[in-house]
Design a protein around this ligand. Sequence first.
Ligand code: ATP
Length: 274
Amino acid sequence: MFESGPILSGREISFLAGGRRLVAEASLELAGGTTTILIGPNGAGKSTLLKLLTGEIKPAGGRIEIAGEPLETVPAWRLACQRSVMAQHARLAFPFSVYEVAQLGVDGIGRALTRQRREAVVAEALAAAGVLDLAGRRYQTLSGGEQQRVQFARVLCQLEAGRSVAERQVLFLDEPIASLDLCHQLALLDMARSIAARGVAVLIVLHDLNLAVTYADHLVVMDRGRIIAQGPPAQTLDDALLHQVFRVDLSLSRAPAPGLPFLLPQQHRGRPTA
Ligand SMILES: Nc1ncnc2c1ncn2[C@@H]1O[C@H](COP(=O)(O)OP(=O)(O)OP(=O)(O)O)[C@@H](O)[C@H]1O
């Protein structure tokens, strides 16, 4: 059994850039064993908030703690063991093979592991992400969806290698299914949930509201830099909030599968309402 409770917490976090407040007084907790899904329209501040929580950028105000320590005091090598990040866009300047990209996840972090174990971690991650058969290919020659799955393999490697150092870990996935077909979307989200089930705190930025309400234990809704609602999906989303945040007419109804919340467009006019 794992220790439940928050692994990462943010209190009143703010971030300013270009003369604008991109994140304003955001507070949230990422608990072990929990899948938190962050939703909101384009430009709401989701990726900016994720970058603040991962330590990639520094907040102008507020406090972020990971495993009880202020985030800014945790040395980079330990942070790399405590949290793994799949960014929205990953660029590679060098002609790496798929295997080498996944291997980046264990480089450094997996130094305490035997070479055999490191190789097993990479092979297991490539297989879990469904890209083992692409291991020898040049990363740049892959399709967008294949590249996204290789990036997922890389973060799986990092998480697994980091486990030898950090017991309490956070997995951040920023729009991890944006380029994936439905089968691979569900496979990735199922895997993220099974990672949460072993005690990791998982934060996923998603645009698909159906998948968000289906996979989230905790839903966080952002609009214009602010967290405007959060909690269990069924108690967090309602028609009024959907209209306010996404500026379209949607209705929350029940899908044929019992207990599975589902959003159906109602009189959708094909473009956002004013
Ligand atoms: N460094 C920056 N300087 C100025 N503005 C920025 C900077 N970074 C982000 N922004 C702006 O901040 C807002 C929030 O950006 P962010 O990427 O966090 O949104 P998002 O909710 O992830 O959007 P999307 O769903 O489109 O990915 C956007 O309007 C963006 O243009």
